[in-house]
Design a protein around this ligand. Structure first.
Ligand SMILES: C[S@@+](CC[C@H](N)C(=O)[O-])C[C@H]1O[C@@H](n2cnc3c(N)ncnc32)[C@H](O)[C@@H]1O
Length: 345
């Protein structure tokens, strides 16, 4: 069985890296075929695991927009004939709509949606076309001359990423990253539901909200009481109850339990205060203090500005950098997302 993932194209690598990290930590048995940027097929999925994997992916992913069960692979010329050979009663309940998405393809979207819709309608009893909020969505994805015929069984909660932007939360303070990036970083840290995730520079809690929503136990800490408090307000607002917050300088951090994951956005630049820590020393201090609070197989995913070289600081403490991605913020700032773990002996 196969799943078809339509991904965001807002970054050239992060959506795929996020998907691969989730596949790895959830031990999803599949082969990955990247058709083109933004279109990925997960192949050879055992039938018995399909629904479970589908649920996990749609619950977790931030930079993937849609996940579909792939029914067949066709071409622009044979599409209508191939669609008419499918028993649609296996896939459609009551109402449906057909939608085409193009990747570098000349397919006629309007005509294809109409023609495919009428063929499905005539091949299946007791179903109706409903363009707004249909119960079943038939997704046709055209890449060049190939058309993938798929059906959406579970929708991703795309609205969440819009509705939980930093300024829409009850406690707001500038400097919180987008919820999609926060979710992606949580996923890059390979954490699983029920495990403990820590953000020692929690600010308004943007990262912890995303971790809490995928079922992690979360701990946040910040040097400022106001931020620690704000994090708690925001977590409660999103219905996250399994959390603890502390008001601590990162240098004093001593966790009651070693954590499975650290995801964080340390302060940098002139607008964020670092307590009395000088410039880039905050990263050095952070590495020293976090190391012993992490389990041996835990991952750390963090953001930093491009002008800070994390490698020598990570080396000194016994960390290794396993993945890095740059996000251009403006002409003079690129934000680096690093995935780090303890060096294996
Ligand atoms: C870039 S912000 C984090 C934003 C956060 N991800 C959010 O969603 O709002 C960095 C945070 O680190 C905190 N901070 C600065 N120096 C610190 C220190 N020495 N120890 C702990 N927290 C510190 C600041 O108060 C600030 O809230």
């Amino acid at each position: 069985m196969e799943l078809l993932c339509i991904q965001s194209q807002e970054h050239p690598q992060l959506p795929l890296a996020e998907l691969k990290a989730v596949i790895e930590c959830e031990t999803i048995q599949t082969g990955i075929e990247v058709v083109t940027s933004g279109l990925v097929i997960l192949k050879d999925i055992p039938e018995d695991n399909l629904d479970e994997y589908y649920k996990i992916l749609t619950k977790r992913l931030g930079y993937t927009h849609e996940v579909h069960e792939l029914i067949l692979k066709s071409s622009i010329e044979t599409l209508i004939e191939d669609i008419s050979s499918v028993d649609w009663s296996n896939y459609i309940t009551e109402t449906f709509a057909v939608r085409v998405k193009r990747f570098n393809s000349e397919i006629d979207t309007v005509a294809t949606e109409r023609n495919a819709g009428s063929v499905i309608l005539s091949n299946c009893d007791n179903i109706k076309v409903k363009l707004r909020n249909p119960k079943s969505l038939v997704r046709l994805v055209a890449f060049e001359n190939t058309v993938y015929v798929a059906v959406e069984k579970i929708k991703l909660n795309k609205k969440h990423f819009e509705e939980s932007k930093p300024h829409k939360r009850p406690f707001f303070y500038p400097g919180s990253m987008s919820p999609k990036l926060a979710r992606c970083m949580v996923n890059l840290s390979r954490v699983k539901e029920g495990q403990l995730l820590l953000d020692p520079f929690c600010g308004t809690g943007g990262i912890l909200i995303e971790a809490g929503l995928i079922g992690c136990k979360v701990v946040g800490s910040d040097i400022y009481w106001k931020m620690k408090n704000g994090t708690a307000i925001n977590l409660e607002h999103y219905g996250i109850t399994d959390y603890r917050t502390f008001n601590l300088d990162v240098r004093e951090l001593k966790m009651y339990e070693k954590v499975a994951s650290v995801v964080t956005d340390p302060p940098y630049g002139i607008s964020t205060s670092t307590g009395d820590i000088e410039g880039n020393d905050i990263f050095k201090e952070f590495f020293h203090s976090i190391y012993n609070n992490m389990k041996d197989d835990a991952y750390l995913c963090m953001a930093s500005p491009h002008y800070v070289d994390l490698k020598p600081m990570a080396d000194e403490v016994g960390f290794e950098i396993v993945e890095q991605y740059g996000i251009k913020m403006h002409r003079s700032l690129t934000r680096i997302i690093s995935v780090i773990r303890k060096k294996l002996d």
